[in-house]
Ligand binder design. Structure first.
Ligand code: 26Q
Length: 749
């Protein structure tokens, strides 16, 4: 980009009387004029993902272009505060970790100069916008395009036709530049061309409780997969014509979980159409695809009904059956036992459905988990047979996050402190952060860090006052649990702990209690009954606690509405304590944990996902670890877990848990609280009671919270721990992760 000319042009721009939206579009479009995608080298990687949770692109793009500071100054001269663009809504084309990871990986691919091309869907509506009515979650449509979309270019001439048995749609690409050492492209497809097409790129994860819903989901997944494959082939043919011998040498395709797995049969279908035999097409597929698993929860492993698939994608269904036959053949040849054959089968007889994970595992050249423990668990529990016969296919790539967004942009104050102590290079070379270890015992550095934390906290609480209408004074420990709402993440356990703190405070049980605030942020899937109940319950607890003037100088809570990427940027910078309390073995990695760590929060959590690597790097003594380890959870799961027994060991918890049913709180007859109580005590919907082992860990959790509370009394001592976390977060940059993908999986560079 020609920065000088861009800045000259910007200086000439007349800003008078223009609102945020207009300015956003004009400045962004001006910048776009000077951005050009880099040449594609011979070998490229393609990242297929049903989610890209990119958030706000304005600041990040200007930052990557190296003009953010200058733009801010020019605008200031013209009387415009650059913070104005915070009005522009996030592009929330994703709902959580998997989607945000995809966005960080795009950022890092460009930053470190790897040719990485993203493929996704340009949903008309992003993840719903959340409000609370009486503490109940309500969902509003997220019409993110109403602010315009100046960072995308519609590529009319590169549209394709995607065919279903009963309809054809156009897939029109919108290209977003991803700026760094290289300029890569994130290509999002929009479905057009007939009256039903719009639905395909309408919303993320449409409800799939009806047949119609399931069909729509299949259409979405195929739409993404076929568009991407069509594009990769077209690019290839531009150079190589119809000689497909080099296809696998020049292309690597990463499947971000199983949602884009239809890309496998689609590639085979297209290559057959071009004249290759099924067997040579299969061979190419086996070299090209790789698969990342992001969860072991059985309900999240996708299976598609053969009957549904036949209806709208008969050819794809046939090819999956052929792949199933090939898998059986190879498995027999490789000596899989009959049980192993069943476990790895692509077509599952008992369900009359295809296992998308087994398809990915059979075809993938490399399969990876997203943190060390998770990669071990998928080998030991999920894909046991494949691992027994093909250990060479399995890799680990621990997740990472983009320090440019999550430290430089989110926390300019801490960034300035880093610049002063260790220089500026950490933006490109995050290992530089290690140098901060020389200062973590330095009193001046610690005291400056305390200042920074205080300031970020003040900024956040000020924003919360505006956005949520709750005034919280800043002199408190800030505990934060922000993530998708899910039972395994155990926000309910935090709710119980918070209520217990309140009761113990009321009873005068603490001598010195450091004032604290618990911050929650989470969206629940609209149809996830129990998750919605948990939101309401937390909101009820917070209402009770905040209203009590006897204790609210010591303890408060806040559940922020509309938690999203931009909110996260404010929260991770301000928090003192990062709550990461999933049942051991169930959080594949977590990436929020890394963002908090970078910004100098201690982790209060279980030995799960990347928490394990976090405490390995930063030291267990600088974090607060509690709860059952994965081995114990596995034992308990085998039998002998008796939730009431755990609860009764500490009778104080009975009072807390019974508030779900004793009338302390009301869900206005919705039945949420009773159902939650039953799920913990007698079990419900095919799960045993307390399926996520809350009662096993609750008392230990509480003790860990109290340890934090006591340690924080000595602010310097506590801040030194926090600083140790920042200093040792250097492995959790997505630059490191993406280089590992490039090396171990894509064989690029
Ligand atoms: C599956 C079947 C049917 C309907 C929906 C789904 C589905 C949808 C979304 C399954 C999974 C997801 C999203 C998963 C996700 O976000 N996983 C997170 O990925 C992060 C990045 O690797 C990890 O850090 C988190 O630990 C993991 O939970």
């Amino acid at each position: 980009m020609d920065r000088v000319i861009f800045l000259q042009e910007l200086r000439k721009l007349d800003l008078q009387g223009k609102d945020a939206k207009r300015l956003y579009n004009e400045i962004s479009s001006l910048a776009m004029k000077y951005i050009q995608a880099s040449e594609k080298p011979k070998r490229c990687a393609h990242y297929l993902s049903i989610e890209f949770l990119i958030g706000r692109v304005f600041y990040n793009n200007l930052l990557e272009l190296g003009v953010l500071k200058e733009v801010s100054e020019i605008l200031k001269e013209k009387g415009v505060n650059i913070a104005l663009f915070e009005e522009i809504e996030d592009a929330a084309l994703g709902n959580g970790g998997l989607g945000r990871l995809a966005a960080c990986y795009m950022d890092s691919g460009a930053a470190v100069g790897i040719p990485l091309y993203g493929y996704g869907i340009r949903y008309k509506y992003g993840l719903f916008r959340q409000t609370f009515e009486d503490g109940f979650q309500k969902e509003l449509p997220d019409d993110w395009q109403r602010f315009g979309d100046p960072w995308s270019i519609r590529k009319e001439e590169e549209k394709q036709i995607i065919r279903f048995a009963d309809m054809e749609v156009e897939a029109v690409p919108y290209d977003m530049p991803v700026i760094g050492k290289r300029v890569n492209v994130l290509r999002l497809y929009q479905a057009e061309g007939n009256k039903d097409a719009g639905k395909i790129s309408g919303v993320l994860y449409p409800p799939d409780d009806t047949e119609e819903g399931k069909l729509l989901r299949i259409r979405q997944e195929y739409f993404l997969s076929a568009s991407a494959i069509g594009d990769v082939i077209r690019e290839y043919e531009k150079r190589r014509g119809n000689d497909y011998r080099y296809f696998a040498e020049e292309n690597s395709i990463q499947l971000n979980d199983t949602h884009p797995v239809f890309a496998i049969p689609e590639l085979i279908r297209v290559l057959k159409e071009k004249g290759l035999t099924y067997h040579s097409a299969l061979k190419i597929a086996k070299q090209v695809f790789n698969y990342t698993n992001h969860t072991i929860l059985p309900e999240a492993l996708e299976h598609w009904d053969v009957r549904l698939l036949k209806k709208i994608l008969p050819e794809i269904s046939e090819i999956l059956l052929s792949i199933n036959t090939s898998a059986r053949y190879y498995h027999r040849k490789d000596g899989y036992t009959p049980q192993e054959s069943v476990a790895t089968s692509i077509y599952i007889h008992s369900r009359r459905a295809f296992s998308m994970a087994n398809t990915a595992v059979f075809i993938a050249n490399k399969i990876n988990g997203v943190a060390a423990i998770h990669s071990e668990i998928i080998k030991r529990e999920l894909f046991v047979a494949e691992y027994a016969h093909h250990p060479e296919k399995f890799e680990n790539v621990t997740n990472g996050v983009a320090q440019r967004r999550w430290l430089e942009l989110a926390n300019p104050e801490l960034s300035a402190l880093l610049d002063k102590q260790i220089g500026h290079d950490w933006r490109e070379h995050f290992q530089e952060l290690d140098k901060l270890n020389a200062y973590t015992a330095n009193e001046d550095t610690i005291s400056e860090f305390i200042q920074v934390k205080g300031k970020k906290k003040e900024q956040l609480l000020c924003y919360i006052e505006k956005a949520e209408g709750i005034r919280i004074d800043g002199n408190r420990i800030l505990y934060a649990q922000v993530k998708r709402l899910h039972e395994y993440k155990r926000q309910l356990m935090t709710a119980f702990a918070l209520l217990r703190l309140y009761y113990d405070l009321k009873e005068g049980k603490f001598r010195d209690f450091t004032p604290s605030v618990f911050l929650f942020g989470a969206k629940s899937a609209p149809s996830y009954f129990r998750a919605k109940g948990i939101i309401k319950y937390i909101n009820e607890i917070i209402k009770l606690i905040n209203a009590d003037s006897e204790t609210n100088d010591k303890l408060m809570g806040v559940f922020v509405t509309e938690y999203n990427v931009s909110y996260a940027e404010k929260i991770v910078a301000a928090a003192d304590v990062s709550l990461q309390v999933s049942t051991a073995g169930l959080e594949a990695s977590g990436t929020g944990n890394m963002k908090f760590m970078m910004n100098g929060a201690v982790t209060l959590g279980t030995m799960d996902g990347a928490n394990i690597e976090i405490v390995e790097k930063a030291g267990e003594e600088n974090n607060y670890i509690f709860g059952a380890r994965v081995e114990e959870i596995e034992e308990l799961r085998k039998g002998g877990y008796d939730p009431p027994c755990h609860l009764n060991k500490h009778p104080e918890w009975n009072k807390v848990v019974r508030t779900l049913i004793d009338g302390t709180f009301s869900d206005e007859g919705a039945g949420y609280f009773r159902e939650l109580y039953d799920s913990l005590t007698i079990g419900a919907s095919w799960h045993k009671p307390d399926h996520y082992f809350i009662f096993r860990d609750l008392e230990e959790y509480y003790r860990a919270i109290l340890r934090v509370n006591a340690d924080y009394q000595n602010k310097t001592y506590f801040a030194a721990k926090q600083l140790k976390n920042t200093a040792n977060s250097y492995s959790f940059s997505s630059d490191r992760s993406i280089k590992e993908y490039a090396q171990k999986i894509w064989r690029i560079n």
